[in-house]
Design a protein around this ligand. Structure first.
Ligand code: GDP
Length: 518
């Protein structure tokens, strides 16, 4: 296969969802469906391997694959698909957001009973700002949930995106009969094997007992309405992230997944170009290798300082042992220890193509946002900074350790582990984060890597807003409910107590133009 074909068959996405919606289950099923090839990250004593689609069920039963990797690759229909994990729960952090910078599309998993939940919304907004295509999988149809129209309406109004149902459920929970596939107007029954074809009048060809069923009648009426009055299919809107194809199913029962994958590979983009600091685009088909680091996973075990830097290949072909340069320093770096892991065995990567993610063993060379390139110099634009929501005052327990303390903070901030702020006049350090875990990692690493115990004092949840016209800020605008601090670049930032305080402020000082980061 030639270089261009290798690129064209790659699809790289992340699943965005709220904890418990079924991300892990769906990921497992996708891997089983496609035949997992290799993964990078922390593979925790699991065994899997390559297997044909036909025997995925057996493999599933025998091995009980668990998904703990950060990046997984699987084959489907001639495509090589990379799934990137977006840590949620208590692991939610800026890394979760940054992972979305390394994908070309996203799959949004929604629990049919719960609809759009807070974490889904946050991740969705980041995808939307990047304008990447979003595919929606509405999960847990084997249980009673919200009505399909209610769910679509919720997606459209909460997320401001058009929907295009690719499948439509017949019943749900105990009455769940299956899904109608809009592509060929057939029903895939949940409990039976054979597909049921619908004729022009939406009746089962050759007749079927389901015809008399109330759930079926309702579903057909709804489906006709969708076909007649729903949004039009528009692949350009999908590509821009303005319309999301919607699928219904049950990840746990591996139901609705093939319909999803079939459409996903048709409409998800191949690896997309990336922008440089000079605002030129680097095409994946550019033969010179380039890539950027979007995540650094520190080893939490104090005996092992090694870290794993995750790199997205943007252009060219990565080969093991190749010589590459780090754009930030201009120095050559060794990429001999680049790795991906086979699902059942650690394996050194011999080659990787645009869209692929590889793990580079790192002893402190890389920072988040770093570019690696071979050939002509490339330096990709910085990864966005995200608006933190949680804040902590921090100080060194031992005042004699100030030097270590500031060195530690500086490095951890540069690495992207945490954000740094300080009080206006007293310059007391404040840390900002999007998830609680970031503070815990900070505290742990300060102790283990910089030998510094820290005192952390929660300030709590705040709404941070930057100011376009800083020169117009006056003393009258500071208060405990609109606290003014400085970010690491000395920009002024208001930390508002809550939405109410922010609205009150904007009403009182309409001349101040507030904005948030991504
Ligand atoms: P995650 O937190 O999003 O990764 O969610 P998991 O995949 O761990 O799923 C959360 C819970 O929902 C688990 O108990 C799953 O077994 C269950 N679950 C996932 N998919 C389905 C489904 O299609 N139907 C039902 N009934 N339960 C599901």
């Amino acid at each position: 296969m030639d270089f261009t074909q290798e690129i064209e068959k790659r699809k790289t996405f992340a699943i965005i969802s709220h904890p418990d919606a079924g991300k892990t289950t769906l990921t497992e099923k996708l891997l089983l469906f496609g035949g997992a090839i290799r993964s990078a990250g922390t593979v925790k004593g699991k065994k899997s391997g390559k297997f044909a689609t036909s025997d995925w069920m057996k493999v599933e039963q025998e091995r009980g694959i668990s998904v703990t990797s950060s990046v997984m690759q699987f084959d489907f229909d001639g495509y090589k698909i990379n799934i990137l994990d977006t840590p949620g729960h208590e692991d939610f952090s800026e890394d979760t957001y940054r992972t979305l910078m390394a994908v070309d599309s996203a799959v949004m998993v929604i629990d049919a009973a719960k609809g759009i939940e807070p974490q889904t919304l946050k991740l969705f907004k980041v995808c939307k700002m990047r304008g990447i295509p979003i595919f929606t999988f509405i999960n847990k149809l084997d249980r009673v949930g919200k009505e399909p129209f209610e769910l679509l309406e919720e997606i459209e109004s909460t997320l401001d995106i058009e929907t295009y149902p690719m499948t439509w459920p017949v019943g749900m929970g105990p009455s769940f009969f299956g899904i109608i596939n809009r592509k060929d107007r057939s029903i895939n029954p949940y409990r039976e094997d054979d597909k049921i074809q619908l004729d022009e009048d939406y009746a089962p060809v050759g007749g079927h007992a389901i015809e008399a069923d109330e759930a079926f009648q309702t579903a057909i009426e709804e489906f006709m309405l969708v076909e007649e009055a729903g949004d039009d299919f528009d692949d350009e809107k999908i590509a821009r992230g303005d319309l999301t194809p919607v699928f219904f199913g049950s990840a746990l029962s591996t139901f609705g997944i093939e319909e999803f994958l079939d459409t996903y590979v048709d409409y998800a983009p191949m690896p997309t170009p990336r922008q440089t600091k000079e605002e030129s685009l680097v095409s994946p088909k550019n033969e010179d290798f380039s890539g950027f680091i979007f995540k650094i996973q520190a080893n939490m075990d104090p005996r092992h300082r090694d870290r794993l830097a995750f790199m997205r290949v943007v252009s060219g072909k990565f080969t093991r042992g190749m010589e590459a340069k780090l754009a930030r320093t201009g120095r050559k770096v060794k990429v001999a220890r680049a790795t991906m892991f086979m699902a059942d065995d650690t394996e050194t990567v011999n080659e990787a193509y645009p869209g692929d993610i590889i793990g580079l063993y790192d002893t402190g060379t890389f920072q988040i946002g770093d570019t690696l390139y071979a050939g002509q110099k490339v330096d990709f634009e910085d990864l966005p900074q995200f608006t933190p929501e949680l804040f902590m005052k921090v100080s060194a327990k031992n005042v004699m350790k100030q030097k270590h303390f500031y060195k530690g903070i500086e490095q951890l901030v540069q690495e992207g582990a945490i954000q740094y702020y300080k009080t206006m006049h007293t310059n007391q350090p404040i840390l900002g984060a999007v998830g609680q875990l970031q503070f815990e990692v900070f505290e742990h690493r300060m102790k283990n890597e910089y030998n510094t115990d820290v005192i952390m004092e929660p300030i709590g949840k705040k709404i941070a807003r930057w100011v376009e016209n800083e020169e117009d800020i006056t003393d009258a605008m500071h208060s405990s409910r609109s606290n003014l601090v400085l970010d690491r670049y000395d920009n002024q930032v208001f930390l508002f107590e809550n939405e109410f305080a922010m609205r009150w402020f904007s009403d009182k000082f309409p001349e101040i133009r507030l904005y948030s980061l991504m």
